[in-house]
Design a protein around this ligand. Structure first.
Ligand code: BT5
Length: 226
């Protein structure tokens, strides 16, 4: 646990790149001055208002399957927030009432992966960084501490990741069950500005989003349409 840093994700990636990270290492912080989102975006939260952490794992499964890792992490966050009916927006967002309460990213470093998770816990409405965000406090959660939530998520992840890493593919169907993307009309926005409309129908064995026109989306943003 550190009081403040630029980014827990960058810190742990640096350690892992230099062979200084052990499997299961976790860095959590009260504040990040340069919290990372995907694709050079930012994840912002006022001091003490969010659970912000990164952890290091070394999967044994073949790399082709690693696309499932952020989905498994997202599933574990959503499961830990089941009391608030949290759902999963492919690929990496956790929503409550269709608003983003948590985002995460997974980055490969050598033969390991650093997973970084941010959850808006105690943010007031005027502290939300974007209109499409929410926090546990705003959704009525007043009695879950960040420590409790961190422990719960790491325990869930250990269970589901270990099973998956041993070849048990049960988490995929559990993920589908909590997905708010499957069955929806979506606009898929690819890096570079190209987008297209379709219905999201399935998640593939590699973690890609399958659309009703047969396209497999490996990396993109998805907007849920009404
Ligand atoms: C993510 O990226 O949502 C991944 C966020 C991962 C953050 C964790 S915190 C611990 C670890 N250390 C780090 O440095 N990062 C990880 P993406 O899907 O690209 O979403 C980023 C977008 O979400 C931004 O462009 C904003 O629109 C929005 N956003 C920023 N901060 C937010 C917040 N606190 N809550 C909800 N949305 C937010």
């Amino acid at each position: 646990m550190v009081e403040l840093t630029s980014t827990t994700q960058g810190d742990l990636i640096n350690l892992a790149s230099n062979g200084l990270a052990k499997v299961g290492d976790v860095i959590a912080t009260e504040f990040q001055s340069d919290g990372r989102g995907r694709l050079d975006r930012k994840f912002e939260a006022p001091t003490g208002s969010a659970l912000l952490f990164s952890f290091f794992i070394k999967p044994k499964r073949q790399r082709d399957d690693w696309g499932w890792l952020p989905l498994i992490a997202g599933f574990c966050v959503a499961k830990s927030l089941h009391a608030f009916h949290a759902t999963l927006k492919w690929p990496n967002d956790i929503l409550i009432n269709q608003k983003k309460v948590s985002g995460l990213l997974a980055q490969v470093v050598g033969d390991g992966v650093v997973i970084g998770i941010g959850i808006n816990v105690a943010m007031e409405k005027n502290e939300l960084p974007v209109e499409s965000a929410t926090s546990l406090l705003l959704e009525g959660c007043v009695d879950m501490t960040r420590d409790e939530l961190l422990c719960e998520i790491l325990e869930e992840f250990e269970d589901h990741f270990t099973a998956w890493d041993q070849g048990i593919d049960e988490v995929q169907s559990l993920y589908r069950h909590l997905s708010s993307t499957l069955g929806k009309n979506v606009r898929v926005e690819y890096p570079g500005g190209v987008s297209h409309l379709a219905v999201a129908v399935e998640i593939s064995d590699t973690g890609a989003l399958i659309l009703d026109d047969g396209v497999h989306v490996q990396a993109a943003d998805v907007i849920h349409l009404r």
